[in-house]
Each structure stands twice: as structure tokens, then as C-alpha cells.
Design a protein. Sequence first.
Length: 249
Amino acid sequence: MQAPSSSYLEISNGFYSEALVGQLLQSVTNPRFRRPLQDLLVAWRDDTNLLWSSAELATALTSSAYTAQAARQELAVDLVWTGPSCSNLAIRRTDQVLLQLIRECQQEITLISFAIYKIPAIVEELILALNRGIKLRIVAETPDSGDGKIAFGLQSTFDGSILKRAEVLIWPKDKRPIDGAGKYGSLHIKGAIVDQEKLFVTSANLTEYALSLNMELGVLVKNAAIAKQINSQLDNLVLEQVLVPLTQQ
């Protein structure tokens, strides 16, 4: 809508007229765009305080379009899905998104998951990332830290070279809230932070079933401010020793 409308307004370089309105509306055939254009033109006609020329109105439209486009680029959100697909929506799978995030990582990546088990493709990409100098941080539950809520440790998925080269953090039991029955809280976050620019939040654990068989939903947020906020939250938890290195346990 805005490209042809702005063009007509700039060329006419006059004030409101029915002839100009007719030309503008003829240039817009899509009903979704035509209605808001009509509302704008009515406001231009009826607001006596708005003594803009058509060229000034065109400038306002162009500025608004630029601002909207910039906002969309600054905050881009993509849906991520694993499971049966019953629509024509182009939604990417969880494993595909994770693999691409690791491959495109330039500096650092943080992976957070309650459970980590049987993810050979992810492990392979992480090794390649470490080999090219990427800083890897893993925040995960373990049998000890989770008070037996999971049965397998990180060693069952990652070989010693990954665990030695990565920063591996856990949430110790003595740092967790406990209810009246003595039950501990869980480290139940699942997601990733890449280069402090992208944040992936998902229901999927880093497990074979979650990445291939389960029905899982997530969002990939491309926004540096949001990604940095979550990264800072984790950094503060480390400083306050709420999250501690696995080697200290």
C-alpha cells in the first residue's frame, strides 16, 4: 500500500481533494490495505489542525514504513516445532534450528537443558564449534544435582574432550528451594543463547526423543537486548554461586 500511495501523494504535492483520494484508492486493490488508507484519508480531511500537504503526508507514510520495518528487523521471532504437521506453515524443526545455531555461532553459545541424552548430531557440531574456537557453556541437570530426577549423567552423552573444553554448570541441591515435603526444585529450562544475539526457548530437552519423536514447541528470538538479558542473568547466578561448575561437585 505505502509505496504507490506515497508516490501519488508526492507527485500531486497539493492539499486534500476528492480527485486525489480517488486516484489513491484506485491504486490500492487489496482490501486489507484499502481500509486503513481510507481511514487515514478521512483523518487528513477532517482534522483541521492537520494542515499537511500531500507531500508532507507522503513523508510521514514513508517514515512510518521505515520505522515499522526497522522494528521488525530488530525483533524477529520464528516458531519452532517438532511433531505432527497438519498445516502448510513453514515451521522449522527443533533439531534443525539447534544445528544451524551451532554452525553459525561466531563467538559463544550457551545450551541449557533439564535432560541431555543421545544427541550425536548435536555433539558432532559442538565438537566442530569448539575446534574453531567457540566458547561453549552447558547448564544442565545431573543425577546428583537433580536428586535422582534423571538417571544419566553428562558423561553418557559428551566425551571427556567436550566436558574439559566447555564450561559446565549445575544448580546444586543446597542452592534450591524445598517445599514442606522436602521436594527440591528442578532446573527445567530448555534453550540456547548464541553470540548474545539470538535466544532459543523451547519445551524440548536435548534428548533423542525430544528432537525426533515428541511434540515440542519453541521460539527463536533474534534480538540482542533480550539475549543479553538472559545471558547476564546466568552470569549473575554464577557470580552468586547459585550455578557452580560441575567439577566442584
